[in-house]
Design a protein around this ligand. Sequence first.
Ligand SMILES: *[C@@H]1O[C@H](CO)[C@@H](O)[C@H](O)[C@H]1NC(C)=O
Ligand SMILES: *[C@@H]1O[C@H](CO)[C@@H](O)[C@H](O)[C@H]1NC(C)=O
Ligand SMILES: *[C@@H]1O[C@H](CO)[C@@H](O)[C@H](O)[C@H]1NC(C)=O
Ligand SMILES: *[C@@H]1O[C@H](CO)[C@@H](O)[C@H](O)[C@H]1NC(C)=O
Length: 376
Amino acid sequence: MASSSLVPVLPLLLLLLVCPDMAVSAAAPGGSSCYTRLFSFGDSITDAGNLASLSPNISVLEPPYGETFFGRPTGRFCDGRLIVDFIAAALRLPFLAPYLTGRTANDFRQGANFAVAGATALSHDFFRDMGLNLTLIPPYSLDVQLEWFKRVLHLLGPTEQERKDIMSRSLFLMGEIGGNDYNHPFFQNRSFAAEIKPLVPKVIQKIESAVKVLIGLGAKTIVVPGNVPMGCIPRYLAMFRSINPGDYDAAGCLRWLNDFAELHNRALKRVLERIPRDPTTVTVIYGDYYGAVLEITRNPHKHGFTNLIACCGDGGPYNSGSLFSCNATSIVCPDPSKRISWDGIHFTEAVYRFVARGVLDGPYAAPSPILSKCRC
Ligand SMILES: *[C@@H]1O[C@H](CO)[C@@H](O)[C@H](O)[C@H]1NC(C)=O
Ligand SMILES: *[C@@H]1O[C@H](CO)[C@@H](O)[C@H](O)[C@H]1NC(C)=O
Ligand SMILES: *[C@@H]1O[C@H](CO)[C@@H](O)[C@H](O)[C@H]1NC(C)=O
Ligand SMILES: *[C@@H]1O[C@H](CO)[C@@H](O)[C@H](O)[C@H]1NC(C)=O
């Protein structure tokens, strides 16, 4: 990376040469990319401090969380940066303020992050009615996050015209969301066939309606990521260990759980394609987090990774013998950048970087990668 100082210059030059509209915005103070703001929704894959701001004793606020990049815990469920952080950087935006840590319009002038770790697409009441223990399910589901967004939108744009303008020039990252709608019942030993699998259409419908709300408010570019390969996650691998080799794929992931994530993703893609919109002005991009992570699990060495064992954990199977097994007393691997899983549930910064690049530049985005819009 000796020429790294040249790397940002090249796309900018191309932009100036090829895109007359964008040359103007590139020169405008504060707005140096094709999107002037980024707003994100979701769960712990995207949460950069919302849950931690509410729970000061949470283990993500202890080392070794944050050790790779920030050098301290930040409330991110990772050793370093998240996908949303890499997307913000690619758009030349700063780290987004977690909604619950900001107050004024100035705090959110380049966007906001509404994601909350543990959050679900379906409402809190839905899981109460299902009889789940709500201790680990925060009452900040997608509907709540959308209400927060509307507050910020009104803070940033007092007039209708200003709000329309903000919506049309912002990038929206809607997810990943929905994974916890399945994780919570799985971790509470609910039946896969009778209780968890039947949730898929409800979860998809909730995500669809959130995308429609954003489009209704004037959003022009929305990225909607799918679920990750659940069968490659250490906590699931430890929980559903099998003596039947046929239950595992060549990468050592549990086939039935990956099949389930694929089922969710297929349904999501189908629904996204059908959302009514003006295709000349509105783009809905499917973020293929699944495909990106699966590529790493299938060819770990090619991408600089070793195995599926969590970097930080309790020494149990897959170093993930219990649900929250990474904290200040844990066994931590010497080089997180070589591991796929950080804490048994969440990925390492190294994985998030790869996924983010795949969504920004392709090939893990459909119909087109995020930055293709910035190149006209
Ligand atoms: C949170 O942590 C602080 C400092 O470690 C401790 O004094 C306090 O009792 C803890 N609070 C709860 C609710 O566990
Ligand atoms: C709910 O879960 C919490 C945290 O795992 C646990 O401490 C509590 O005992 C559980 N409550 C019930 C009623 O099972
Ligand atoms: C789920 O089942 C496992 C294994 O039987 C048990 O250790 C765990 O406590 C159960 N969890 C809940 C939330 O019931
Ligand atoms: C840290 O995690 C281990 C399991 O990995 C657990 O036994 C221990 O109680 C946790 N410590 C704290 C302070 O949460």
